[in-house]
Design a protein around this ligand. Structure first.
Ligand code: UDP
Length: 377
């Protein structure tokens, strides 16, 4: 059988890469990897790191692209592709517009949809926007739901997805992390290499989420400036998302501060090394919430809710919202209250054991009648 992984953004590429590798090893499945190019440069960077050369590239990226533009161009491109190269199943990951478009295009061709990282729910249709709605739409039409945890499986069961169509795999981001973190990839920015040599405490910050753009993100910028002034021995590393809206919100407050290093988005290998070097992580990212606990790093999440409650329950992630004063206070507490720091740093990673990709491939083999599932995570 022919399997078509379809993806287009950085987080999907990172989480799909271990599956692409595992599909290559399968003796029963063939693959045809298709990318959309929703995040052009960040996508190519991840594919390069994992040695993935896509079989087909829809190349839909355009500056200032809209969600509807991404959706319609992806569906149109896949519609044409499916008539020349018809897969037995498509694999989409997570909650991006690319993944939902891929699922819809396949569904309208009666091609079974395999949904990786299924069943995450924040409970608020508009937060994260558009991700919560995207993932729910994909759940409605997928044939196989690969839930990273039992919590996500239970969310799907509550929405009447049949238990037989759900497999708990763990999250493939942990596979990807284990594949890269020990490699000590050199930093392309000399300032980061110097930081690695010099040592010292690092606060790693990422922010990009659509619902935080605007005033909330300016508050993040102001909070970072206050933390930088209050903690001269701390280095704040900010790999800033390519989105110009994000840059405009944050940059004016932190530009020129001596202990704030604003850098381009880091290649994945560099990012995992930076994560391992960090003391505390401040983020609104989904994937980073899953990775950092594996490395024993406390994570402060700048959102009001999360579709990833497992690490909050475990105690390694704390939801703090985007209020400027709150961000300053929470970072201060982690930097200066050792007992509090240790209680978060010592919690256990609930997201995977590095074998999610092989469970994924086995579940697809079972779906297509050419193999059988292995034990759940
Ligand atoms: N990441 C990266 N370089 C960076 C920042 C993040 O490679 O400069 C990785 C990070 O390790 C995680 C993923 O990108 O695996 C998260 O992507 P993002 O925050 O864009 O999306 P989300 O996870 O929120 O959907």
């Amino acid at each position: 059988p022919l399997i078509m992984p379809i993806y287009g953004t950085r987080p999907e590429a990172i989480k799909m890469a271990p599956i692409v590798a595992a599909l290559h090893e399968s003796t029963t499945l063939e693959q045809f990897t298709t990318v959309t190019g929703q995040h052009r440069s960040m996508l190519d960077q991840v594919n390069g790191l994992f040695g993935i050369v896509p079989d087909h590239d829809l190349n839909i990226f355009s500056p200032g692209q809209t969600l509807n533009g991404i959706l319609t161009k992806t569906i149109d491109g896949l519609d044409k592709l499916f008539s020349v190269s018809r897969p037995d199943a498509v694999v989409v990951q997570g909650d991006t517009t690319t993944s939902t478009a891929g699922a819809i295009a396949a569904f309208y061709h009666s091609i079974p949809v395999v949904h990786v990282e299924a069943g995450l729910r924040s409970g608020d249709l508009f937060s994260p926007f558009p991700e919560e709605a995207n993932r729910k739409m994909t759940s409605q039409i997928a044939s196989l739901h690969l839930a990273p945890t039992t919590t996500s499986r239970d969310n799907l069961l509550r929405e009447n997805i049949p238990a037989a169509d759900i497999v708990v795999t763990g999250n493939t981001v942990i596979d990807a992390l284990f594949m890269t973190v020990d490699k000590k990839v050199p930093f392309s920015d000399p300032a980061l290499e110097k930081l690695a040599q010099d040592g010292g405490r690092i606060l790693l910050v990422t922010t990009h989420r659509r619902e935080n753009q605007g005033e909330a993100m300016r508050g993040v910028g102001r909070a970072l400036a206050r933390i930088a002034d209050a903690e001269p021995d701390l280095t704040i590393v900010v790999p800033l998302h390519k989105n110009p809206v994000v840059r405009a919100a944050v940059m004016p407050f932190i530009e020129g501060k001596e202990n704030v290093l604003v850098v381009e988005p880091l290649a994945y290998g560099e990012f995992t090394r930076m994560l391992a070097m960090s003391h505390v992580v401040l983020t609104d990212s989904g994937g980073v919430q899953e990775e950092a606990p594996s490395l024993g790093k406390p994570v402060l999440v700048m959102r009001e809710n999360t579709e990833r409650p497992e690490a909050v329950v475990a105690g390694t992630v704390k939801l703090i919202g985007t209020d400027e004063d709150r961000i300053v206070t929470e970072v201060d507490q982690l930097l200066n209250d050792q007992a509090h720091f240790e209680s978060m740093a010592n919690a256990v990673n609930p997201y995977g054991d590095g074998k999610a990709a092989s469970r994924t491939v086995a579940a697809i083999e079972e779906l297509l009648g050419v193999g059988s599932r292995i034990s759940d995570f």
